[in-house]
Design a protein around this ligand. Structure first.
Ligand SMILES: *[C@@H]1O[C@H](CO)[C@@H](O)[C@H](O)[C@H]1NC(C)=O
Length: 271
């Protein structure tokens, strides 16, 4: 609690005095910053005005300036002068509503060019200004989802480029992740793999209000029971046929040798 606040709201009312140099008026933008707006929808900024018992709001203005850029110039979007606080927007899609306690700015058909810094300024009856700023940005769709593997730590890391409020989720072979497959980190972007050896298809789905995008990491195909049996049968058959060929070769050689001996014996006899 700062000193001015203390003097304004705690001390001054007790003595029913308001030092002329003490400006108690304050303005506060209710929206949580930064405000993200989907293009085509409406931007609504609400501000709350607080002031002492002897004060009065004499004017309110809403202004806009780009968030970055060298020759950024503040433009007035709407002004609400005088005691009546009747507001006039400078563009047809800008509407401002003002009461003594608060003011609301509404911009219909929000476009990328409306992203920037919005300032509300409240003037009190003595002509003193108080203002507050709020950053407004375009709500962006999810872009460039990528899954990469960290082999040494058995991790899959999912990244996304610049979407607003991305929310991560994982699928294994198009189904929810079970404990046997892996564990998702708290922020959702990392999957700690428990399945060993790492095999099959891991998909990271990133979504926000505008839709979703995904990427799949394809590890080696998983060895299922039937595939293992098939492999064993094929091996056995290969071994058997190899054995057959060997046996046949040996038999041929044996027969050949026998015949040679017999021939030899025969010539022996005739001599
Ligand atoms: C793998 O993950 C660990 C732990 O998060 C990290 O320290 C390491 O740098 C990562 N390796 C690669 C290649 O990204």
């Amino acid at each position: 609690m700062d000193l001015q606040y203390f003097l304004c709201w705690r001390v001054a009312p007790l003595f029913l005095l308001m030092p002329r140099e003490l400006h108690c008026m304050s303005v506060h933008i209710i929206n949580e910053e930064p405000v993200y707006v989907i293009p085509g929808s409406s931007l609504v900024l609400k501000a709350h005005i607080k002031y002492g018992p002897l004060e009065e709001v004499s004017a309110i203005t809403w202004e806009y300036e780009p968030e970055t850029g060298f020759n950024s110039e503040r433009v007035i979007l709407a002004a609400c002068p005088g005691r009546s606080l009747k507001c006039a927007g400078t563009r047809p899609n800008v509407h401002v509503n003002t009461e003594q306690q608060g003011t609301t700015l509404q911009i219909n058909g929000y476009s990328t060019a409306d992203s920037g810094v919005y300032t509300v300024t409240v003037t009190d009856h003595q002509g003193a200004n108080t203002s507050r700023q709020c950053i407004v940005r375009e709500y962006e769709a999810v872009h460039h989802v990528t899954v990469s593997i960290n082999v040494s730590h058995s991790l899959l890391v999912c990244t996304e480029a610049w979407g607003t409020d991305p929310s991560f989720s994982w699928l294994y072979e198009k189904a929810a992740i079970t404990q046997a497959v892996g564990k998702v980190s708290n922020n959702g972007a990392t999957l700690i793999i428990t399945i060993s050896p790492i095999c099959g298809h891991f998909t990271c789905v990133v979504s926000n209000k505008l839709g979703y995008s995904s990427d799949t990491y394809a590890a080696a195909p998983c060895e299922t029971e039937s595939r293992r049996t098939t492999a064993a049968v094929v091996c056995l058959m290969l071994l058997l046929s190899l054995g057959g060929v060997l046996a046949f070769l040996l038999w041929r050689r044996y027969r050949h040798n026998n015949r040679g001996e017999r021939l030899y014996e025969h010539t022996d006899d005739t001599i």
